[in-house]
Design a binder for this molecule. Sequence first.
Ligand code: SF4
Ligand code: SF4
Length: 236
Amino acid sequence: MIPYINEYDTPECKNLAETAKKSIRTPASMGLDRCIQCGACTASCPAARFTDYSPRQIVKRVMENDRSILESEMIWSCFYCYSCNVRCPRNNSPVTIVQVLRQMAINEGIGVEKLGYFVEIGEYLAGNGASKIPGAGIQNMERDLGERWVKFKKNLESIRVELGLSSRDIRNTHGEVQAILEGTGYFEREKWIKAKIQEKHVNQLLKTQCSKKEDTSGDFGFESDREYTGHTALII
Ligand code: SF4
Ligand code: SF4
C-alpha cells in the first residue's frame, strides 16, 4: 500500500458516495442518500454567500458519481464552519463529504499546493509540540482584522498578567509529539506533500517560461509563506 494514503479515510469503493459513507470521518447516521436537494445547506453557507460555491451541488455531484468534482476549485472554498451540518433536515453533512473529497483529491496530487500553508504548522508542531500561525496567516489576519489584532497578540503576555492569568505553557514535549507523528506516518506524508508541491511549482515555472508570461495565480509555495517577515510567527 502507498504509505501516504489512509485506507480508512478514503477507502477504495465503487463510487464517490460509498467512499464518503465508509470514510472513518463519517458518522453511520449521515443521510447522504436521504438528500432531497432542498438547498438549506447552501442557504446557510457563508462561503456560498460570497462565491459560486454550493454544498448542495457538491452533494448532487457525489450522488451522481461525478469524479470531476475532485478537480473542481469548489471543494476548496469550504472553511468547516459546520452550518450546513446543523441545518440539513436529512441529517446529511456536506462538510464531511467535502473533507473526504479533499483527501481524495490530495491523494491524487490534485490541489496539493493548498497544503503549503499548513506544512509550516506541522513542522513547528513536530519540533515544539505546539501549534502556530504561519507568517502568511498573520499577514492575512493583519489585513482582515487590522493593527488592533497585531497589538493584542504582541501584548498577550502582559494582558494575561493584568487578567491574573499565568504565562502560556509552551512545553518541550520531550519527543512525545514527534513519536505520535512518526507512528501515524505524518513525516512520510509531509515529505510526499512537499515533493508534490515542488513538482507543481517547477511545472508551473516551466509553463510560465515557455509562454513568456507571468502567471501569479494560485499559491504554490510553502517557501513563500516563510518569507513573510512582517511579524514573527505567533504560537496559538
Ligand atoms: S440541506 Fe441536506 S437535504 Fe438539503 S440539499 Fe443540503 S445536504 Fe441535501
Ligand atoms: S462547513 Fe463548509 S459547506 Fe458547510 S456551511 Fe460551512 S463553509 Fe459551507
